[in-house]
Design a protein around this ligand. Structure first.
Ligand code: AP5
Length: 225
């Protein structure tokens, strides 16, 4: 963290189905709060692009819209959260996604003495998720996200923020998106009860103006007084 900067100390999970806007919100709030955005999807895609052993192992699973094995993901997160920049807080984006991952996270954060401060669920209807994902375009250079109709770049195929080339993720075809939504319902949605029973869950409406959603996330992230 740069000298003089202060961290908000948030230790958050952004939870929600594919396309709910977790990445869009996490990217900007992480900058604002000076905490790292820890996205398992981005970490895996980077490993795929670099053709590391992890990337080679994960690619086929990701292309099918299935989940990478829990032990692989938990190992990745355990290593990432032990890095110095996570000591002042973090936003977990796309993790945990199964009960086994949630339990492993709880143990890890207990060991680190850094329990979660809040879990934020982004509530978005299924037709809207399909519309968002099939029209999503991502910058190859900086990871910024656009949408062909609702958040189009100023120049077609070019990132507004860094001038990088935009591409469509391999798992954003309609058939794969439908499968990802089924996987979410079966394996990830049970985490809502898990976190509700620990009094950690807050829900925000995930549809509408991006800035209004961000303001709602800010509100529910504040520690209870
Ligand atoms: P991952 O990359 O985590 O994908 P995901 O959870 O499916 O989430 P997305 O990135 O698709 O959606 P998002 O909620 O971030 O939405 P976004 O902000 O981009 O995972 C990919 C794969 O990696 C998995 O399928 C799995 O194989 C593997 N993996 C990852 N983590 C794993 C784990 N923990 N365990 C096992 N396997 C794992 O927004 C979507 C679109 O909507 C964009 O175009 C955006 O511009 C637009 N948009 C956003 N907000 C709004 C708004 N308010 N109004 C209109 N449009 C909006």
């Amino acid at each position: 963290m740069p000298a003089g900067a202060t961290s908000a100390g948030h230790r958050l999970v952004f939870l929600g189905p594919p396309g709910a806007g977790k990445g869009t919100q996490a990217r900007d709030l992480a900058l604002e709060w000076k905490v790292p955005q820890v996205s398992t999807g981005d970490m895996l895609r980077e490993a795929v692009a670099k053709q590391t052993p992890l990337g080679r192992q994960a690619k086929a699973t990701m292309d099918q819209g299935a989940l990478v094995p829990d032990d692989v993901i938990v190992g990745l997160i355990a290593e990432r959260l032990r890095e110095g920049d996570a000591a002042g807080g973090f936003i977990l984006d796309g993790f945990p996604r199964t009960l086994a991952q949630a339990e492993a996270l709880e143990r890890l954060l207990r060991d680190l003495g850094q329990p979660l401060t809040r879990v934020i669920f982004f509530d978005v209807s299924e037709p809207e998720l399909l519309r968002r994902l099939t029209g999503r375009r991502v910058c190859r250079e900086c990871g910024s996200t656009f949408h062909l109709t609702s958040a189009p770049p100023r120049r077609s195929g070019v990132c507004d923020k860094c001038g990088g080339r935009l591409y469509q993720r391999d798992d954003d075809s309609e058939a794969t998106v439908r499968h990802r939504l089924e996987v979410y319902t079966r394996q990830t949605a049970p985490l809502l009860d898990y976190y509700q029973s620990r009094n950690l869950l807050s829900s925000v409406p995930g549809e509408g103006d991006v800035e209004a959603i961000r303001a709602a996330v800010r509100r529910v992230s504040e520690p209870a007084r």
